[in-house]
Write a protein that binds this ligand. Structure first.
Ligand code: HOZ
Length: 431
């Protein structure tokens, strides 16, 4: 790689831990030097040396319309000329809240925050306040941001770096966090039997995305809904990744389950920093200033992020975006599956809408234990092959890849053909 990227990486490493602002971006799990990005357009990224890549990372999910969609750019330009932060309620914020409430019947009121971490942390505070209980159930390999109470058996970067949790989290902070295997109806039934009347909330990514993409087994979300309701606990859907991604109505619309609280982020900000949590009016009216559950933020509801979010949701709502995404993602998923079969290499390709993971070396992945059985060395070799061929895939077996409406069939076919070439031969160790 030539000098500009290398120089920028050196400068970054001197002043930023690992040279990054978020750990997965350091490429520790796949090796090689991470590209330093200079520009983005549609489904492509251009690095500081001028190399062009097809982008299946899409900033880890927000850019469902690709980079620089004209409607989003126009909305941002308009908002820029009117100001970038007010510290007061503004029209774009009201418009985004109205769209979210209209799209998700379980959400009657919404509070904007600045990240998914803030959304899940605040939703759990609200759940504990509403139930008067302390225990929270999360699932192994799920990642709900980096709040202390949720950094137990976490996926995403924690899984990528092979960490058991995070240093600096006091034992007391996770003492009320129960970690169960995802997709096990038996485990959750047992937890409610053992801790009856003590669980405030079950928080779940309704389609897991941070152990790689792992869909819920048939009936699993229904069982979570039934058990929480029977016990008086709240069901919290972390739809930071799936909201407006797997369908306009999110995973809750796709699987027809109404959670009590929903956490959002990524797509609703059109690529700008954002988060949100919402639910029934009676629950949300417990949030300050209407109620005693305190939560605040200087840049919450930031008008630039709100304007980008409104523009993004309007394109998604009014056009054929989801049909296009389904067709592109189907082409990618089918192509990867066919290539693995042709090469006689075990590879579970999990896909829900336009989020997808190819777990190399395993036939089936239903939970974190399955995901961890993937051949991580083979994935690292495959990742390097993709990168050499101008395809940027998430640099971890435990992150989902994403499609945007800006991808073209040729972009997909390039990724599939490199994958097929890497798998051809004796097995995944030859990737
Ligand atoms: N945990 C984030 C996605 N699952 C990573 C985001 C990033 O590194 O940009």
């Amino acid at each position: 790689m030539s000098a500009d990227s290398a120089r920028l990486r050196e400068r970054a490493a001197r002043v930023m831990p690992g040279g990054v602002s978020s750990p997965v971006r350091a490429y520790a799990a796949v090796g090689g030097e991470p590209p330093v990005i200079a520009a983005a357009e549609g489904a492509h990224l251009v690095d500081a040396d001028g190399s062009r890549f097809v982008d299946f990372v899409l900033a880890y999910g927000p850019l469902i319309l690709g980079h620089g969609h004209p409607a989003v750019v126009e909305a941002l330009r308009g908002q820029l000329s009117r100001g970038v932060a007010y510290g007061h309620t503004a029209k774009p914020e009201v418009e985004l809240a109205e769209r979210i409430c209209a799209a998700l019947p379980s959400v009657e009121m919404v509070r904007f925050v600045n990240s998914g971490t803030e959304a899940t942390m605040s939703a759990l505070r609200l759940a504990r306040a509403a139930t008067g209980r302390d225990l929270v159930v999360k699932f192994a390999g799920a990642y709900h941001g980096h709040a202390d109470a949720l950094l137990a058996a976490a996926g995403s970067g924690v899984a990528t770096l092979g960490l058991p949790g995070s240093s600096g989290v006091p034992g007391g902070a996770v003492a009320d966090t129960l970690v169960l295997p995802y997709n096990s109806a038996g485990a959750i039934a047992e937890a409610f039997a053992v801790h009856a009347g003590r669980i405030a909330a079950v928080i779940v990514e309704p389609v897991a995305g941070n152990m790689g993409c792992v869909p819920p087994l048939p009936g699993y979300l229904e069982e979570l809904r039934r058990l929480t309701r029977e016990d008086g606990a709240l069901l919290v859907f972390d739809e930071v990744m799936t909201g407006f991604r797997v369908a306009y109505g999110g995973a809750q619309g796709l699987y027809e389950i109404e959670p009590d609280l929903t956490c959002l982020g990524k797509v609703i900000g059109g690529g700008l920093p954002v988060g949100a949590y919402g639910g029934r009016r009676a629950l949300m009216e417990r949030v300050a200033p209407l109620g005693p559950v305190y939560q605040a933020g200087t840049l919450s509801g930031n008008p630039l992020a709100m304007a980008a979010g409104v523009a993004t949701l309007d394109v998604l709502r009014d056009g054929d975006a989801y049909a296009r995404l389904e067709s592109l993602a189907g082409r990618l998923g089918d192509g990867l599956r066919t290539a693995a079969v042709a090469a006689s290499v075990p590879c579970a390709v999990n896909r829900v809408g336009s989020m997808l993971t190819a777990f190399v070396g395993v036939d089936r992945v239903d939970d974190y234990e399955d995901a961890r059985r993937s051949d991580l060395d083979a994935f690292a070799r495959l990742h390097r092959r993709w990168r050499e061929a101008g395809v940027l895939w998430p640099p971890s077996q435990f992150e989902a890849a994403f499609l945007s409406t800006a991808h073209q069939a040729g972009d997909i076919d390039r990724a599939v053909s490199v994958f097929a070439g890497a798998l051809r031969g004796a097995g995944p160790e030859e990737c």
